[in-house]
Design a protein around this ligand. Structure first.
Ligand code: Q46
Ligand code: ZN
Length: 312
């Protein structure tokens, strides 16, 4: 198998592009694709200050590294869920990347804020861990953007994450979520712009990029991640992809075209009011986060630890 660009021994096969590439040409190809997504969908400009949501996994650390390579000014935000060994290793990996890039890393700790990890807090609040975690993470990451003056929050969601979530929403006709997936969610009252530069890049590509750039990431996923259904949808899509390469990309690109026509965000904005506590957009009198905090018994005291790597 030869590299399609230089003819040397290829290191990675990319059937979805009918191609195979050596390490150097794959890195260049991957960076160009992400750069193309950023330009095409208007994700970032040179004036933006971005915050990358980093978990210590391959996608988010590759994204942080890649944005830095492309010359974007990007710091990191890490949420410590208080899951013993997993959270400890994740924090070490994210700090390593902050050191490598000489970038700031903000972190928010469940244990410090609530004296409990995500599992214990979820049990106390009688909520599934991921639902509670999602509410808190969304609020906290946005707060980090607004408190420290970042215009964009970038996440490492990849093609496989997005395609499986979309398939799940379609199979169950979850109309309320169906048209809300996208490469970009524009800023609105108090909410920072959110972007997904890896939207059209597969999990395998992100893993190869991490490996070829010696990015040290945590292999384990969050223990609450990947419910049985998400795993099933991912494996079904992979089986289709094996027989018919590029199906996943076509699925998401087709979706993006239709979602644009739906223009769901505009409608949604008109229907939403403001949270009486924090002022963020909310369907009810209080937003999900503030309701949670009221139930927890304290106000939304959100504090960040700021890690500043020493100069090179
Ligand atoms: S929601 Fe659930 Fe994730 Fe939170 S508890 Fe882990 S898996 S981290 S994306
Ligand atoms: Zn609120």
């Amino acid at each position: 198998m030869k590299c399609r660009v230089c003819g040397a021994q290829a290191n990675i096969r990319l059937p979805q592009y009918n191609s195979a590439l050596c390490a150097g040409d794959f890195i260049a190809f991957f960076e160009k694709r992400v750069s193309g997504t950023i330009t095409k969908y208007g994700l970032l400009s040179e004036q933006d200050r971005a915050l990358v949501a980093v978990s210590g996994g391959k996608d988010s650390l590759s994204l942080w590294h890649l944005l830095d390579r492309l010359g974007f000014s990007a710091d990191g935000i890490y949420i410590d869920l208080g899951i013993k060994e997993y959270s400890h290793i994740s924090l070490v990996k994210t700090r390593q990347m902050a050191d490598r890039l000489h970038r700031r890393l903000y972190s928010f700790s469940f244990s410090e804020a609530f004296s409990k990890g995500v599992k214990e807090l979820a049990r106390m609040m009688k909520r599934p861990p991921c639902s509670l975690c999602g509410t808190i993470k969304r609020y906290v990451m946005n707060r980090a953007c607004t408190d420290y003056g970042y215009s964009v929050l970038a996440t490492g969601h990849n093609l496989d994450d997005e395609a499986s979530a979309l398939l799940g929403n379609m199979l169950h006709w979850k109309e309320e979520y169906l048209w809300k997936k996208g490469v970009v969610l524009e800023a609105e009252r108090g909410l920072a712009k959110k972007v997904k530069p890896f939207f059209l890049c597969s999990e395998k590509e992100a893993a190869a990029y991490a490996l070829l750039n010696n990015i040290d990431y945590i292999y384990d996923e969050c223990p609450y991640s990947l419910g049985a259904k998400t795993l099933l949808y991912k494996s079904l899509l992979n089986r289709v992809e094996d027989v018919s390469p590029a199906t996943k990309i076509a699925f998401l690109k087709g979706y993006l075209k239709r979602a644009k026509a739906e223009g769901s965000r505009g409608q949604e904005q008109e229907e939403k009011g403001s949270c009486s506590v924090c002022g963020y957009p909310s369907y009810g009198e209080q937003c999900n986060f503030c309701r949670l905090m009221t139930k927890f018994g304290s106000g939304p005291a959100v504090r960040f630890d700021v890690y500043v790597p020493s100069e090179p």
